[in-house]
Design a protein around this ligand. Structure first.
Ligand SMILES: Cc1cc2nc3c(=O)[nH]c(=O)nc-3n(C[C@H](O)[C@H](O)[C@H](O)COP(=O)(O)O)c2cc1C
Length: 158
């Protein structure tokens, strides 16, 4: 299956996960980037507020066309139990071009996981074909390795 990993990461955890998946799948990878900074306390607060109110944000042009791929694997943190604005923007902009969609995430506690999956399905107007929901402490230990293998197996079955 021809896969494209599209990821957003503010502090590097989801970038790490995206790159592990990219190595295993040997597929294209693309980072979602914004024009504005989300650094510092104000950046944190603004991010939480915007995510809660399902806001979108302006993102830089992306280079890969999702319609050239069988599946888009979205890798992203969870903010205030919601999808971060730049990820919401990417999916909204590309929903007509996305065939299958899978979702992988590293979040702090997993708070909001279920809502994010539902929201993603609503936003993309399709089922999430496979998902991988990790907590930071699992990424920091070896606990993520089995979960990643099982996610990859699920992708292989599609
Ligand atoms: C504004 C904001 C809100 C967050 N809200 C949640 C949350 O609701 N649930 C959760 O498990 N983690 C939450 N987190 C933690 C991040 O999801 C977590 O730190 C993640 O690993 C960061 O990924 P990154 O390093 O790729 O940016 C939040 C982080 C930020 C910045």
């Amino acid at each position: 299956m021809n896969s494209l990993i599209v990821y957003y990461s503010r502090t590097g955890k989801n970038e790490e996960l995206a790159k592990i998946l990219q190595k295993k799948l040997g597929c294209e990878i693309e980072r979602i980037e914004e024009y504005v900074s989300r650094n510092g306390v104000l950046g944190f607060l603004r991010s939480g507020m915007q995510a809660t109110f399902k806001k979108m944000s302006e993102i830089k042009p992306t280079k890969n066309d999702p319609k050239d791929y069988d599946i888009i694997i979205v890798v992203s943190p969870i903010w205030a139990g919601h999808i971060p604005p730049p990820v919401r923007t990417y999916i909204y902009k590309n929903k007509e071009k996305i065939g299958k969609i899978a979702y992988a995430s590293v979040s702090y506690s997993g708070y909001g996981n279920t809502r994010v999956l539902k929201d993603l399905e609503h936003l993309a107007s399709k089922k999430v074909s496979a998902h991988l929901l990790l907590k930071e402490k699992e990424m920091a230990s070896k606990a993520h390795l089995n979960a990643i293998e099982s996610f990859l197996n699920n992708l292989n079955k599609l």
